[in-house]
Ligand binder design. Structure first.
Ligand code: SAH
Ligand code: SF4
Length: 353
């Protein structure tokens, strides 16, 4: 039997397990702020409790077994889980421009970590490499949290340095809603990693009923919808689940989703050559998004061996973007990071060790 990981527990749960209650705060501090490497190193915790912890829990449920650096600075990590399965995560470094208190423009690195939520995925999108391996299992909350903690440690990212999280790695996060919600809470604990839900973006292929549930939980996370097509017939071919959850049901769920007043729901649109890159689709997209505070993110399809789909022409993507911008719809084109190391969107998968 594998030991449970201490990363699976919210501070609240630890308070119930270990008395007095402030022990939970101390344990959180050691793990997430001091980056402790063992329970033994947790000096202000009584020796007896330290050995009890070491006997019953693991400090980390996963370990980095491979690391690949892209020429653009992003780094892909392969993690091995306790049962031998593997998942991938990506650290993205972007430059962020900000004004300091004197009004001087400064640039600093903004870190975003793209995490996996499942080993494999059930949804089976026609364009996605993750889907090819089928579904193996859900990740626990601790296995989701551990990806971020290990990547911060490995890169010496100061513990008080906040990072952004995007649930855009392997898996469909809303198909693992309980563990996802728990991970969101553990991440945002102020005695822990202190990553506010506003800095966490859940990307979903559109399980409408679960979007509603996530909204009702009112966690304060950002929402990204992988829309990719504007009519049901095409969307069904790309994302088989669209049969059960069609575009109208997704739009309805998004309209009911609580959004921070300064934020927008992101609609991801994977642009595939000669499939959905026409201006007619852009026109339909505007109609669909009417009444939603949205932002469209165009993603170039990233090809891989064996796929029937092709990368679109840059002119077509720009024309699509311009059509939206000219009509007042915010739209960006996502830079594909990490293509050279297969770390870009939809290129993550389980690997043989
Ligand atoms: N399952 C979730 C989150 C993980 S996928 C979802 O589908 O939203 C993250 C993003 O990568 C999604 O928008 C997905 O559609 C996109 N993606 C999948 N395959 C891709 C590919 N080959 N090229 C570019 N983006 C891809
Ligand atoms: Fe799953 Fe997302 Fe890939 Fe679709 S795109 S198969 S939902 S990981």
């Amino acid at each position: 039997m594998l030991k449970p990981s201490i990363l699976d527990y919210t501070q609240r749960e630890l308070q119930d397990l270990f008395k007095p209650a402030f022990r939970a705060k101390q344990i959180y501090n050691w793990i997430y702020q001091q980056h402790a490497e063992s329970f033994e190193a947790m000096e202000n915790i009584p020796k007896k409790l330290r050995s009890e912890l070491a006997q019953n829990y693991t400090l980390s449920p996963l370990e980095i077994v491979q690391e690949q650096k892209s020429s653009d600075g992003s780094i892909k990590y392969l993690f091995r889980l306790g049962d031998g399965h593997t998942v991938e995560s990506v650290l993205l470094k972007m430059k962020e421009a900000e004004y300091d208190e004197k009004g001087t423009l400064i640039h600093h690195a903004k870190y975003t970590i793209c995490v996996s939520s499942q080993v494999g995925c059930k949804v089976g999108c026609a364009f996605c490499l993750t889907a090819k391996g089928g579904f193996i299992r859900n990740l626990s909350a601790g296995e989701i949290v551990g990806q971020v903690l290990e990547i911060k440690k490995r890169n010496n990212i100061a513990s008080n340095r906040r990072v952004n999280i995007v649930y855009m790695g392997m898996g469909e996060p809303l198909d693992n809603l309980d563990n996802l919600a728990k991970a969101i809470r553990i991440f945002s604990d102020e005695n822990g990693l202190s990553i506010s839900p506003k800095r966490q973006t859940v990307s979903t292929s559109g399980i409408s009923s679960k979007i509603k549930k996530l909204g009702e939980m009112d966690l304060g996370v950002q929402l990204a919808i992988s829309l990719h097509a504007v009519d049901d017939e095409l969307r069904q071919r790309l994302i088989p689940m669209n049969k059960a959850y069609n575009i109208a049901s997704i739009i309805e769920a998004v309209k009911a989703f609580p959004v921070n007043t300064r934020k927008r729901v992101m609609f991801e649109y994977l642009v595939i050559k000669d499939v959905n890159d026409d201006v007619k689709s852009a026109k339909k997209l505007i109609k669909l998004l009417e009444g939603i505070k949205s932002k469209v993110n165009l993603i170039y399809f990233n090809p891989y061996p064996g796929t029937p789909f092709q990368r679109p022409e840059p002119e077509r993507v720009r024309a699509f973007q311009e059509y939206l911008l000219e009509r007042g719809v915010l739209c960006t084109i996502r830079e594909s990071k990490g293509i050279d190391i297969s770390a870009a969107c939809g290129q993550l998968r389980e690997q043989e060790l």
